[in-house]
Design a protein around this ligand. Sequence first.
Ligand code: GUN
Length: 282
Amino acid sequence: MGARIIDGKESARQVKAEVAELVAGLQYRPGLATVLVGDDPASHTYVKGKRSDAEEVGIRSTHHELPGDVPQADLEMLIDQLNSNDEVDGILVQLPLPGGLDSERVVARIDPAKDVDGLHPYNMGLLVLGRPGLRPCTPSGVMRMLEDNDVVVAGRTAVVIGRSFLVGRPLALMMASKGVDATVTMAHSRTPQLAEVARDADILVAAVGVPRLVTAEFIKPGAAVVDVGINRVEDGLAGDVDFDSVREIAGSITPVPGGVGPMTRAMLLANTLKAAKARRGA
Ligand code: GUN
């Protein structure tokens, strides 16, 4: 018996169809500005995908590329220009930025109303407070996938392995929030007896960036397993979950690729629409 596969591509298709329909009903085209610094091939691929998704659903994307040695002040000046450009509803600065640039300062420079990545300290603060706001794309995508696949979260035990500001930390907060109501443990690479802690989880999320760290011994039989990892390894891409051994024990599991990745991209579109409607009042 193998676990049910949670199909991120299908959920992403649904989110995109919903966004496209809503965008078609607007009197304007929402605008997404993407900012790419340096020549990291993976970042180029990600941004290209995000831009083509945007066009697909009727969001106008404008792209800004800067050399890896751009001075911090120039990058911040571009952010200022995008902040004051009325046609721009969302600003996405692809991370990580090349060494020498202070990404925290760059993200904090983005107008929180245009922060479609949900990474600005103001939006993070709203999340901590349980107030509405723009939420980070990957955790939002995980929540939506669980919902689409009828994975019950309320009253269940969730373990999130990873405490990054992009994924683990916000996801743990979202799962523990009022109305979602999981009981959450945020574990990480330094958690003692990690497998034992993980084995408590009805819902196990791996977002730690260690290829195939999560093996069968981490899994409570029947658990839902969400693999956020995208790690480059010798034989291609690997998630944080050892898919082949874990699928024998889990109740459901997200694959890599085709799991969380497509959802991150789809939720960026949903956030851009949300930001546009909030900014423009309809
Ligand atoms: N790099 C990896 N994931 C993300 C993301 O969700 N947003 C941005 N801006 N950069 C990333």
